[in-house]
Design a protein around this ligand. Structure first.
Ligand code: SF4
Length: 298
């Protein structure tokens, strides 16, 4: 269980990260992890240093009912420290434990897109994998959303949190869900109501469900999460597959253990097509600077 309003469970097969943009300034995951740095035996003994956590790979099999699962609440799945092979394993678990829906958010969409065009291509048709980007301002909106839009996956979503400025006109083409929220905790930056109203209006005009997470602030509980006198808890359409019976579940676990932990039974990755020529950061910046709305990468 988690207190995050738009999901049911969290799963962290990786831990740790480092900052990439202004939305990261007050990263709650970093604050939390650093509290336990040096505490022997604690999961965050190494603080916020990025690391793979293979002992957590099978955690989705333990959730008692089909759930929305936020993948990596304490990291960024597409961080450069995590190997392609390890990512393949994480997605293999999602494919096999397909009674859950996996919500993946990143601030590193370029690697996500490159992998979904190459080594992770086989996962792009799965209904139970949702890919999203976090955006906090206009600059990141244009950059990250363009890449997300060009990533081959069934469900794409945005987490606009912390919202740090008015985003102006937003194009939600090929986006199925929007989450909006303000920053909370010490040093939080304010969010104006007009910015939220503008996003809500555009979501309604473009038929995209919006989930309003919170106003944020130092006392986020007191600030609450009502907007226009109500809450907005909208989701894209989805359905859960039923959870398998005990013996089937046991077999899935045995098969997955073989696949994930016995290298000899794990030939898929080496036979995969190599990654196609990646877009360079120069090409990306150039596309953005010429106001190209969608960055066509290949
Ligand atoms: S990308 Fe996410 S997890 Fe990583 S530092 Fe930024 S806010 Fe924290």
């Amino acid at each position: 269980m988690t207190s995050i309003e738009w999901t049911n469970e969290t799963w962290n097969p990786m831990r740790g990260c480092n900052k990439v943009s202004s939305g990261c300034r007050n990263c709650y995951a970093e604050t939390f992890a650093n509290r336990f740095r040096g505490v022997v035996g604690n999961a965050y003994e190494e603080g916020f240093k990025p690391r793979e956590v293979p002992e957590m790979l099978l955690k989705p099999l333990k959730f008692k009912k089909p759930s929305l699962v936020f993948v990596n609440s304490m990291s960024d799945l597409f961080h450069e420290s995590f190997s392609d092979e390890y990512l393949y394993k994480v997605f293999t678990v999602m494919r096999e434990a397909n009674w859950h829906i996996y919500q993946i958010l990143t601030k590193r969409p370029l690697r996500m897109k490159q992998l979904f065009d190459s080594k992770l291509k086989e996962f792009s048709e799965l209904e139970n994998i949702w890919l999203g980007v976090t955006v906090e301002n206009c600059r990141e909106y244009r950059k990250r959303v363009s890449i997300l839009r060009n990533t081959k996956v069934k469900t794409r979503f945005l987490s606009i949190e912390p919202l740090l400025e008015d985003l102006g006109d937003i194009d939600l083409t090929k986006i199925q869900w929007v989450i909006v929220g303000g920053e909370s905790g010490a040093g939080c930056r304010p969010m104006e109501e007009s910015w939220v109203q503008s996003i809500l209006k555009q979501c309604e005009q473009q038929n995209v469900p919006m989930h309003f997470k919170q106003w944020g602030g130092i006392r986020k509980k007191r600030a609450g999460r009502t907007l226009n006198g109500r809450t907005y808890d909208n989701f894209p359409e989805f359905h859960f597959n039923s959870i398998p019976g005990k013996s089937e579940l046991k077999q899935i676990k045995v098969d997955l253990e073989k696949l994930l932990f016995e290298a000899i039974a794990y030939p898929q990755l080496s036979s995969l097509k190599p990654m196609e020529t990646p877009i360079s950061s120069f090409e990306l910046e150039n596309a953005i600077n010429t106001n190209q709305e969608d960055v066509t990468v290949f």
